[in-house]
Design a protein around this ligand. Structure first.
Ligand SMILES: C[S@@+](CC[C@H](N)C(=O)[O-])C[C@H]1O[C@@H](n2cnc3c(N)ncnc32)[C@H](O)[C@@H]1O
Length: 196
């Protein structure tokens, strides 16, 4: 049984230290999805402090998560948090840039929640690690609503980032190896199911 006291402390730490973690509605959708689709083996790109990895693992005791983080401080905090909930046996955190990680394992679910401008590259790098019938989920497809008001964005860098998220959306829509649904929950989630 998950320790909700620890979970609320992790959420508090994220808030105080400006660590972006999944929204409550997003994490609820994700964990329900994992339960309903009987997902057992997960790869996550973007651990931050381990919140989503812990929440995904807490769906069922047979679930395992491999998760990648390139920020040392966050990685170390994730290790601490994983220990606090006794999930060291089921969550395998990797401290590296995801583009330098080469895995042989296959996963039922790949959850992409890292640098938003790199989504297409993450997708293309890790899709060979997906089981047949597997699913790739991407968070922040709406990017805090900014995807719908690009013309109002003053910062050039931010506009560039929003354009990249939009072109990732087109990439998913055109990719006929996957059937993708966009769900307007949390910050917008894309669910791409590999077509057998
Ligand atoms: C939105 S946060 C992840 C939140 C986490 N999934 C949660 O909901 O609890 C994104 C994280 O991805 C990490 N990140 C970004 N690009 C990365 C890369 N190329 N390789 C590894 N980690 C990366 C960032 O350092 C950041 O901590």
């Amino acid at each position: 049984m998950i320790n909700y006291n620890v979970i609320s402390k992790i959420k508090e730490y994220a808030k105080e230290n400006n660590v972006p973690i999944m929204s409550d509605s997003g994490i609820k959708y994700l964990t329900d999805f994992i339960r309903e689709n009987n997902i057992k083996k997960i790869l996550e790109i973007g651990t931050a402090i381990g919140y989503s990895a812990i929440m995904m693992c807490s769906v069922d005791s047979s679930i395992t998560v491999t998760t990648i983080e390139r920020n040392e401080k966050r990685y170390l905090e994730a290790i601490k948090n994983i220990k606090r909930v006794n999930m060291e046996d089921r969550i395998d955190p990797i401290y590296k840039d995801a583009f330098d990680v080469n895995l042989k394992d296959k996963f039922d679910l790949i959850f992409i929640d890292a640098a938003k401008a790199q989504n297409t590259r993450f997708f293309e790098k890790f899709e060979s690690n997906l089981n047949n019938g597997g699913i790739i989920i991407t968070d922040n497809m709406n990017f805090h609503g900014l995807v719908y008001k690009e013309e109002e964005i003053e910062s050039r860098n931010l506009r560039q980032l929003v354009r990249k998220i939009k072109s990732y959306k087109v990439f998913l829509e055109k990719n006929d190896k996957y059937s993708t649904t966009f769900i307007d929950v949390g910050d917008g989630i894309a669910i791409s199911r590999k077509v057998d």
